[in-house]
Ligand binder design. Structure first.
Ligand code: WT7
Length: 648
């Protein structure tokens, strides 16, 4: 009883930025935030033109925004190169010899790349890509570990106008094939392998298996990282280091249209295959640049560290583009947070004197479990600002982050956004916004976020509804790659002219937005969206599985755990069989999607029209009971079998 009362008290507690922090911040009061926010909403053209003028454009725009629902064009008529803005611009503004990336391998190797070094490597690789036939507009699939070559590849693609499509290195063969088929890439950049918890994980083997099923790839560039044995396919596979050795470091960045496609990144949806979210150049550049400038308040003397993988949107916007556009020094780490133990991150914060640290609630929960001794053993006094992203942060985790990592001195920016939004949308501004554990607080500049009921009316304070964005913003997605219908139905059909996010939320009396979670069947495992449909398809792809249903259940560390129910074609008398089936999912999609629990059942709960009633399964795995309405069930007797099977 008393614990829940305490928790409620904590949630109403406000944390104000310290006067010292505010005094130095770009936005230092709520008054200033409101003034700027109003301008960004009422005169977006003026606001964004001013921000855009911080960066280099090879040719100016004719108009800041053309909006024909659902298609936005930002900075139309302008010519721009985002790689030039991330790199070349800093060669003449005093940052040439400043470290851009402090990279650390899992085994402790260190590489420091200055802006001049990074520029040279990107120019060379841009020349390599061009020499192998890659042209502007070509999609290139990247499947890489967290090595500098990942960022170099992305910037080199962008430099020549090719679209990168990064596939998370933890995904497996099927995921690569799906994405190759969907985007039609003819070029792949991968590595022999990567290190994870001290083990060399092969990446090239997965790519090789994928290319057997998708033979259209002309050239596969192989980074040498683990030096494990690989088979090079004559006429297709080329070593990165061999081509780079002879490549010229001279490269003039061509100006592309502001709306030239920059990248595709696949993300899960509740139905069907993952969606190829498309981002373009000029608007995305301004979105990532300004959010780093105002939300992380990046300064020349900052050392910034975002712990995400480049395979997710966070790695795109807040490792590759945003920090480099701001000319900051950042840390990039190859491996696992618990290698050799959960003190690794805190040791690195101390070693590099990290001042801005951006991670996910799932990681914070794992650190809490590992105990305070590990962070307490390190000097974390260099930290001045903390951030989180990926899912709602529970107040206990927020308080721990605040006290144990932030020393009660660092503001926390809880940043809400999505693959589709390209950049942070709802977040405190660290020198201005009073924060509260569990809310991402207020919209960023230009973001007209609202909560609507089914009829499209704005919900009153504290009433839950659907989170939407009513105005276009610079870094918004420009479509689903080659699939305009899906773009329309997934985001624009609920309310005319309004972007539907897919999250449930409410606003409190002060206007703070509290995210309740996803509205569809999509799971959020360790801060990553996983489609139930994709995991179910993987299960059904097994020879002996007839049907499958997947739901999430609350999990202390991961946020949600994957629970699968399967109907077998023929019974198997083997205690290890569920293990085999779980492993099958890991092999097909990746370890992240491996079901934590798997139940073999004789039938799934379905409606008369044949729809699986996942909400009943969800209730069962979280509470151990089914109390919800079962009147639409085709066969109510399955409920008893399920209840007997699942013990919580
Ligand atoms: C979904 C987007 C943005 C990069 C990581 C995930 C959830 C994200 C928060 C937050 C509450 C959050 C939402 C969103 N989410 N950040 N600060 N508070 N929920 O990107 O895979 O595109 O997933 O993650 O449900 O819609 P993504």
């Amino acid at each position: 009883m008393s614990a829940s009362i305490e928790q409620i008290l904590e949630e109403t507690r406000h944390f104000l930025p310290s006067p010292e922090f505010s005094a130095k911040a770009r936005v230092s009061s709520m008054e200033q935030y409101r003034e700027m926010y109003e301008e960004s909403i009422n005169s977006p053209e003026t606001f964004w033109a001013r921000e855009a003028s911080d960066l280099s454009w090879q040719q100016p725009w004719d108009s800041v925004l053309e909006w024909n629902v659902p298609n936005a064009e930002w900075f139309k008529g302008a010519k721009v190169n985002i790689s030039e803005n991330c790199l070349d611009r800093h060669l003449t503004n005093g940052r040439k010899d400043k470290v851009a990336i402090h990279w650390e391998g899992e085994c402790g190797e260190k590489i420091a790349l200055t802006y001049a070094d990074l520029h040279r490597e990107v120019c060379k690789f841009a020349n390599v890509l061009t020499a192998q036939g890659v042209k502007a507009g070509d999609p290139v699939l990247l499947y890489l570990p967290m090595v500098p070559e990942a960022v170099i590849s992305m910037l080199a693609c962008a430099r020549i106008g090719a679209l990168h499509s990064v596939v998370f290195g933890g995904f497996s063969v099927d995921a690569i094939v799906d994405r190759l088929e969907d985007c039609g890439a003819k070029y792949v950049i991968t590595a022999d392998g990567g290190f994870r918890r001290g083990k060399a994980i092969s990446l090239k083997d997965n790519v090789d298996a994928a290319l057997e099923r998708y033979p259209d790839v002309k050239c596969s560039f192989i980074v040498q990282r683990t030096e494990s044995e690989v088979t090079m396919v004559e006429g297709r596979d080329v070593w990165w280091h061999e081509l780079m050795a002879d490549a010229s470091a001279e490269h003039t960045p061509e100006g592309f249209d502001s709306e030239h496609p920059l990248f595709i990144l696949y993300t899960s949806g509740s139905t069907g295959k993952p969606k190829g979210v498309l981002h373009t150049t000029g608007g995305y550049m301004i979105g990532t640049y300004t959010t780093c400038k105002y939300i992380f308040d990046m300064r020349d003397d900052d050392v910034y560290w975002c712990t995400a993988d480049v395979g997710w949107i966070t790695g795109h916007s807040y490792i590759c583009y945003g920090p480099l556009l701001n000319g900051v020094t950042q840390v990039m780490y190859e491996g696992a947070p618990n290698y050799p133990d959960f003190g690794r991150f805190w040791k690195m914060v101390e070693d590099y004197k990290v001042s801005i640290f951006y991670t996910a609630p799932t990681a914070i929960r794992a650190f809490i479990k590992a105990g305070d001794d590990l962070p307490n053993a390190h000097d974390l006094s260099s930290l001045r600002l903390l951030g989180t992203v990926g899912e709602p942060i529970n107040p206990e985790a927020w308080m721990w982050y605040h006290k144990v990592i932030g020393g009660e001195r660092c503001p926390i920016v809880d940043t809400w956004w999505q693959t589709e939004t390209g950049a942070i949308m709802i977040s405190p501004l660290p020198g201005a916004t009073p924060t509260m554990p569990g809310t991402a607080t207020l919209p960023f500049f230009g973001v007209d976020a609202a909560i609507l009921d089914e009829e499209g009316n704005e919900c009153p304070p504290n009433a839950g509804g659907k989170l939407v964005v009513r105005k276009p913003w610079p870094s918004m997605l420009r479509g689903i790659y080659k699939n305009p219908e899906r773009f329309q139905t997934a985001y624009w059909d609920d309310y005319p002219g309004i972007y539907t996010v897919g999250d449930g939320a409410r606003k409190d009396d002060e206007g703070n937005t509290w995210i309740v979670g996803r509205l569809d069947d999509v799971l959020n495992v360790s801060g990553h969206r996983l489609g139930t449909a994709e995991i179910e398809s993987a299960l059904v792809a097994h020879d002996n599985i007839a049907e499958a249903a997947v739901v999430g259940k609350p999990h202390e560390i991961k946020g949600e755990a994957v629970v699968a129910f399967v109907v077998l074609k023929s019974p198997v008398n083997d205690e290890e069989y569920t293990h085999t089936l779980r492993k099958h999912v890991a092999t097909l999609i990746g370890a992240l999607a491996r079901p934590d629990d798997l139940y073999i059942v004789t039938a799934l709960p379905k409606t008369r029209s044949g729809k699986i009633m996942r909400r009943l399964l969800k209730e069962l795995v979280s509470t151990g009971d089914i109390t919800g309405n079962i009147t639409t069930l085709e066969d109510p007797t399955v409920v008893e079998e399920l209840k007997a099977l699942v013990q919580v």
